[in-house]
Design a protein around this ligand. Structure first.
Ligand SMILES: Cc1ncc(COP(=O)(O)O)c(C=O)c1O
Length: 388
């Protein structure tokens, strides 16, 4: 019998499975569970987008595309970024199409990091960044974003985290899991630190279309920082296209050339029919974004009001589709809280600790679920809190 254990890469063996998936797996194996665990819009992809994918398949568009993706798609992505966020990128050499934002995060970090390079990670943060930095032999330097500061990245904290080994910082605004956003003036305070220390900013803007009260600002909107910024975005969240697996990178052309080297050997190109669907989305999907946005905003307002009413102090998220209530008043760890809630009330949430040590004392609730499910979840949560 083979001893596989000896054959597996040490880092992969040491990698903890995603804390989100763990709860999701338990939830799906139990009857009657309501899960507000997963960050996936509940809308069926708008018909004209699905139709574009079907049309591509029917018409035999079933071959590889250029490694960077269909030129027409890159053109539409660049048009979209200019139209919606006032940023100008060239479709021929400053844009590449990836398999979701997920592939983009992976190839960007692998292309940049040498062993021991430090990557600053403001936390609580999306679960994929730290394991991928580590797989790329980089070192994660966590930086706390505090609730009192609206879960924003603050200059003083960034300054403390920078060393002569700092290569990049990964930011994600609007944030998964906190819903925090950054505004133009918040970014302005960071300019000299980033410039003087020659730091690259990996800006994951996958929730850019979901800012509720203020328009999304990219750090690349600060003219001096555009060349430092690598934008990662995708179609999953804005158009409810998670299964299509289309994301993209916008960055300076020398960087795109390097990212494309890894992409061409590991992926070749993103799924062709999905690329055609993405063209339809970027070209004609603004009204779909609007409709989903209106529904998410209604859910956000409802859930924040209800959570505060039942006694869980909840910061008003300004973006994305997550709330991050504090459970500190229960004196339980976030893991204990979620385990007991699932056990007693069949309600699955994600422990804040899944998003780094700064997430302890919180739970993440996704409101990418119907209002009906959210209402039932609140009833269960209220009963659970009363029983403590
Ligand atoms: C912050 C963030 N970035 C990236 C992703 C990856 O999305 P996808 O690979 O579907 O584009 C997610 C998905 O949950 C996310 O929350």
């Amino acid at each position: 019998m083979m001893i596989f254990d000896e054959l597996i890469n040490k880092q992969v063996k040491a990698m903890a499975p995603s804390g989100i998936r763990k709860f999701f797996d338990i939830a799906s194996s139990k009857e009657g569970v309501i899960s507000l665990g997963v960050g996936e819009p509940d809308f069926i992809t708008p018909y004209h987008i699905r139709e574009a994918a079907m049309h591509a398949i029917k018409n035999g568009k079933t071959f590889y595309t250029a490694n960077l993706g269909l030129l027409e798609l890159r053109q539409e992505i660049c048009n979209y970024y200019l139209r919606r966020f006032d940023l100008n990128y060239s479709p021929t050499d400053e844009c590449m199409v990836t398999v979701g934002g997920s592939e983009a995060i992976d190839i960007v970090l692998r292309a940049l990091l040498n062993e021991g390079d430090e990557v600053i990670l403001p936390t609580p943060s999306y679960v994929a960044y730290a394991p991928i930095v580590e797989m790329a032999k980089g070192k994660v330097i966590e930086l706390t974003m505090k609730e009192e500061s609206g879960f924003k990245l603050k200059r003083e904290e960034l300054q403390k985290a920078i060393t002569d080994k700092t290569k990049a910082i990964v930011i994600n605004f609007p944030s998964n899991p906190t819903g925090g956003i950054m505004e133009y003036d918040d970014y302005l305070e960071l300019v000299d630190l980033i410039k003087e220390n020659n730091i690259l900013v990996i800006s994951d803007e996958i929730y850019a279309e979901l800012t509720y009260d203020k328009k999304h600002v990219s750090i690349a909107n600060i003219p001096e920082l555009k060349e430092n910024t690598i934008i990662i975005n995708g179609f999953s969240k804005a158009y409810s296209m998670t299964g299509y697996r289309i994301g993209y990178i916008l960055a300076e052309k020398q960087l795109i050339r390097m990212f494309n080297k890894i992409h061409q050997y590991t992926i070749m190109c993103a799924c062709t029919s999905s690329q055609f669907a993405a063209i339809a989305a970027a070209k004609n999907g603004d009204k779909d974004i609007e409709e989903m946005y209106t529904s998410f905003k209604q859910r956000r307002n409802y859930i924040v009001k209800e959570l505060n009413r039942i006694g869980l102090k909840t910061h008003l998220p300004e973006g994305a589709f997550y709330v991050f209530p504090s459970i500190k008043s229960t004196n339980m760890t976030s893991n204990e809280f979620c385990e007991a809630l699932l056990d007693k009330e069949n309600l699955a949430l994600v422990p804040g600790s899944a998003f780094g040590k700064d997430g302890e004392g919180y739970v993440r609730i996704s409101y990418a679920y119907s209002l009906d499910e959210i209402k039932q979840a609140i009833e269960r949560l209220e009963r659970f809190l009363k029983s403590l």
